[in-house]
Design a protein around this ligand. Structure first.
Ligand code: IPE
Ligand code: IPE
Ligand code: MG
Length: 227
């Protein structure tokens, strides 16, 4: 069975650029094509939810020049991609802290969400200024604000899924780093994890299929016993 929800930590852009003797920014630019490929491949495989980790709460500590380059690239890319996503009836959701993103980008994000909110082919979560700890805190805060005394695991799961994204079945991290880097801490509880040595700009369909095969061959016991 295919995973219902795939999440990807798209890492290795800077190292890819450096290896080619290019500035880091060129690596981010080269990272657009594999993201597009993943969207298309997931639609083909009838995956219901795809989450892409684009910029973390910790990435704000990078040099201002790199941050500006990433956000300029993002604004430009969304300008052309959103319409194509809508044509394929993909629902686009931005997940993360909106404060500090700038009015121009926020209005593009809101417009994309409004345009695609009824779409049913697949839900695409774009994690931007996102952190797993931030995500959990947001859900906790909304519970406190709602003065809800019946906080349970199921209720919390519903809340966090509505705020950001649901349980992840398969996590892929590229760039040869074996860590989570503050992504989806709640939603990764029972994810199968595929660490890829490939740098994100080189990520391709074959590598994505390998990750999906790992998921398909896994015996998901959820703590139980399989004979
Ligand atoms: C991932 O690539 C993209 C972002 C975190 C924005 P990196 O920029 O982290 O690339 P490396 O890890 O330095 O190679
Ligand atoms: C994780 O990559 C964040 C994204 C891919 C958006 P980083 O490059 O920021 O992670 P660390 O610093 O290696 O943990
Ligand atoms: Mg990195």
């Amino acid at each position: 069975m295919n995973p219902r929800h795939i999440a990807i930590i798209m890492d290795g852009n800077g190292r890819w650029a450096k290896a080619q003797g290019m500035p880091r920014f060129m690596g981010h630019r080269a990272g657009i094509a594999p993201a597009r490929m993943c969207v298309e491949h997931c639609v083909k495989l009838k995956v219901k939810e795809l989450s892409l980790f684009m910029f973390s709460t910790e990435n704000w500590s990078r040099p201002q020049e790199e941050i500006s380059a990433i956000f300029e690239l993002l604004i430009k890319t969304l300008g052309t991609e959103v319409k194509k996503l809508h044509d394929q009836r993909i629902m686009v959701k931005f997940v993360g802290q909106r404060e500090g993103l700038g009015d121009k980008l926020i209005s593009i994000m809101e417009e994309a969400e409004r345009l695609t909110e009824q779409n049913k082919t697949m839900r695409l979560n774009l994690a931007l200024s996102y952190g797993g700890r931030w995500d959990i805190l947001q859900a906790v805060k909304s519970f406190i604000a709602g003065d809800n005394p019946n906080l349970s695991e199921d209720k919390f799961n519903e809340t966090i899924s509505a705020h950001s994204f649901s349980d992840i079945d398969l996590l892929i991290r590229t760039g040869n780093e074996n860590r989570i880097s503050n992504f989806g801490l709640w939603q990764l509880a029972y994810a199968e994890i595929y660490f890829s040595k490939v740098l994100w700009p080189d990520f391709n369909e074959g590598e994505l299929d390998k990750a999906i095969q790992l998921f398909e061959s896994a015996k998901r016991r959820f703590g139980g016993v399989h004979e």
